[in-house]
Design a protein around this ligand. Structure first.
Ligand code: C5P
Length: 409
């Protein structure tokens, strides 16, 4: 929570400014007070009136306003906050910050402040990757400015790549990390995470399995542990190191995975990220099955595996407060995932497209949609670690209660 924290939000001119309105609501919902500085270009995208209504404070935009200066001088404005947040931070404003300019109220306040600064860049992908912007960001980083985003994804200018402003939730999480250092919002919570494939033995040397690398599940377990949760990671066979700061239980088959997940005991959070084989072999051979010349191939009888996600989701006193499943689909992704959430009885589904063209299986990045009772959120393409951090932050937010602004809707 951000109770009593004072945020000075500087809104510069980019299409992402509309998200800053939501950011004000979220911050206020978390107990922070927000005062806004709006640049001239920013005012082309959002109105002072909107910011004023949402922040319930006056909005500052003119450096030479006698009234503003008599009520609150720009130096005081820059100091009278716990944190300055620049969202969106345009290429132009970042350049002016890096150059130490003071040519409008926003730049002056940023130059005069003695408080930490967080910037959420938003710009066209070519502007973000331009050497000038990269150098400005590097300069600002060296001076201690923190950055959140930009994310990769489709842009208003019809291009694709990094440049989208971080989502309000991510900015809130970054603010909380800065203002409440070493915050472990999931301390005291217990979690079980399943990850990787399962192996269903046909005989001692053969098995049925799949291409799951376990990268996403392992990253989620690590992210939950980072936020303070006591995590048991139940992992099928993977080529990954055990993440630090948590307990890893290694299993082979779906049945072992289910037993180990239940043995983790009463947990608050269950995340089923494993790619569990749907079928097991009814009678695995005790010895290696032999090829016999002229004999037909063996008939392998299969039976369904237990559904770990559905089992953990079953109502009852043992049910974790939050059960999250995954839906890996190649078509009708969101519709299938919505149906899966209901069928399995879990609370959230993280839906990802695993068509071979996406490179999700075994790859480093993932494009997911978060499906809950309140709807579908489309997340930008992120590194699997970032999907994990964002999911862990969302889980933490879930347990700390909905932001007041959301509840008021
Ligand atoms: O039914 P489907 O395999 O598409 O569902 C995927 C979700 O269900 C994932 O969260 C996966 O970990 C979980 N699952 C499971 N046990 C199974 C099959 C799937 O926990 N036997």
């Amino acid at each position: 929570m951000l109770n009593g924290k004072r945020i000075l939000l500087i809104v510069s001119g980019g299409i992402a400014a509309y998200k800053s309105l939501e950011l004000v609501r979220r911050l206020r919902g978390r107990g922070a007070s927000v005062r806004c500085v709006l640049t001239g270009a920013g005012a082309r995208f959002v109105t002072p009136l909107s910011l004023q209504a949402l922040s319930e404070d006056r909005v500052y935009s003119d450096m030479f306003s006698l009234t503003d200066e008599s009520e609150m001088g720009h130096i005081q404005l820059s100091r009278d906050a716990d944190l300055l947040v620049v969202a969106p931070a345009t290429a132009n404003l970042l350049a002016r910050m890096a150059a130490g300019m003071a040519d409008d109220l926003a730049a002056t306040v940023l130059l005069a402040t003695d408080k930490p600064v967080l910037a959420a860049p938003a710009m066209n992908v070519r502007m973000w990757t331009h050497a000038a912007t990269a150098a400005n960001v590097e300069t600002l980083r060296k001076r201690g400015v923190a950055f959140v985003g930009p994310n990769e994804g489709a842009m208003a200018c019809n291009e694709f790549g990094p440049g989208r402003m971080a989502e309000p939730d991510e900015i809130v999480a970054a603010i909380e990390t800065m203002l409440v250092p070493r915050q472990r919002p999931l301390a005291g919570k217990r979690a079980v995470v399943t990850s990787g494939p399962t192996r269903e033995a046909i005989d001692p040397v053969r098995y049925i399995s799949n291409h799951s690398s376990g990268k996403q599940g392992h990253a989620i377990a690590a992210a939950l542990a980072k936020l303070g949760a006591d995590v048991t990671l139940v992992s099928g066979p993977v080529a990954l190191a055990d993440p630090p700061g948590l307990r890893t239980v290694k299993v082979e088959s779906a049945e072992e995975m289910l037993r180990a997940s239940l043995a983790a005991g009463n947990v608050d959070i269950a995340v089923c990220a494993a790619a569990v084989a749907d079928w097991k072999v009814v009678h695995p051979a005790a010895g290696k099955m032999k090829k016999k010349a002229g004999a037909p191939p063996p008939q392998i009888e299969l039976a369904p595996n237990p559904d770990i996600l559905a089992t953990l989701s079953r109502p009852g006193p043992q049910r974790p407060a939050l059960v999250v499943g995954f839906a890996a689909e190649t078509e009708n992704l969101v519709a299938n995932a919505i149906e899966k959430r209901q069928r399995k009885g879990c609370d959230w589904i993280v839906a990802n497209d695993v068509s071979p063209s996406t490179g999700t299986f075994g790859g480093e990045r993932n494009t997911v949609h978060l499906i809950s009772a309140s709807g579908v959120e489309d997340w930008p393409t992120l590194a699997k670690e970032d999907v994990a951090l964002r999911l862990a932050a969302r889980i933490a937010l879930h347990f700390s209660g909905p932001p007041k602004a959301e509840a008021a809707e």
